[in-house]
Design a protein around this ligand. Structure first.
Ligand code: NAP
Length: 229
């Protein structure tokens, strides 16, 4: 059985990744806040032969993070992959950005990813995978995306640190950094060119690729940008 943890699995890139990886012999532990949406993803994965466990909750809450780690530890004796995908974006000029929106993005995109990676890395088997979904915003800075960019720059630094420090344990660490992807993350953000964006399935395909490479290959980073943007 291949045991895979995916955060932010209720929609977008997380959901597409579940469906790209679902097959007999795979067991998922999935998170998100929307229980109904998670149950729908679970039933689609189940129909493809995978086993699925879910624990819904808010990644901003320390008590949920602790419960999640405990539940995952009880769920599997070792993990094949931990995919830290959940994320949120708030887009506004930096001078209009509230402390609440700063905290929200930092807590979900960085703090929760740090906490889960720090605890679950110990459970990842040799040659297993710790994968972070970063962003092109971890490489470049875009006006009005300042705090989001700061979170993805921080995540990139953390991913690099985990990669260096987990090398002796033979755990592979991948950072996937997409440009614009047509998902609910863009809800309420004016962008007239949704049709030029990547699709969630494009990212999922590369996550599957990182997972299925031979043990000797450590896919350090993948940057994917839309051809037409
Ligand atoms: N879309 C893009 O253009 C793009 C580009 C580069 C990188 N990314 C990154 O890709 C990742 C996935 O984003 P997406 O585009 O697939 O967005 P999405 O469709 O909005 O999905 C975000 C996921 O994160 C979960 N999530 C958000 N806040 C949460 C919270 N407080 N507690 C628990 N779960 C939470 C959501 O679950 P619930 O809704 O159930 O709470 C959902 O499953 C993010 O890290 C994002 O930064 C996206």
């Amino acid at each position: 059985m291949r045991n895979i943890v995916i955060t932010g699995a209720s929609r977008g890139i997380g959901k597409a990744t579940v469906l790209a990886l679902a097959q007999p012999g795979v067991a998922f532990f999935l998170t998100g806040r929307d229980t109904k949406a998670l149950e729908q993803v679970a039933s689609e994965a189940h129909a493809k032969g995978a086993r699925v466990e879910i624990l819904a909750g808010d990644l901003r809450e320390t008590s949920y993070l602790q419960r999640l780690v405990q539940r995952i530890e009880a769920w599997a004796s070792s993990l094949d992959a931990v995919i830290l995908n959940a994320g949120v974006a708030r887009v506004q000029p930096i001078l209009e950005t509230s402390l609440e929106d700063y905290d929200l993005q930092m807590d979900v995109n960085v703090r929760a990813a740090f906490y889960l990676a720090r605890h679950l890395a110990l459970k990842i088997r040799s040659y297993g995978l710790l994968l972070f979904v970063g962003s092109i915003a971890g490489h470049r800075v875009f006006p009005h995306w300042g705090v989001y960019c700061a979170t993805k720059h921080a995540l990139r630094a953390l991913a690099t640190t985990f990669r260096i420090e987990l090398k002796p344990r033979k755990v592979r660490v991948t950072l996937i950094s997409p440009g614009a992807v047509d998902t609910d993350l863009w809800q309420g953000i004016p962008d007239p060119r949704r049709e030029t964006m990547l699709m969630a399935e494009d990212i999922a395909r590369w996550i599957r690729y990182a997972l299925e490479e031979p043990n000797r290959v450590d896919v350090e980073e993948v940057v994917l940008t839309p051809t037409e943007r």
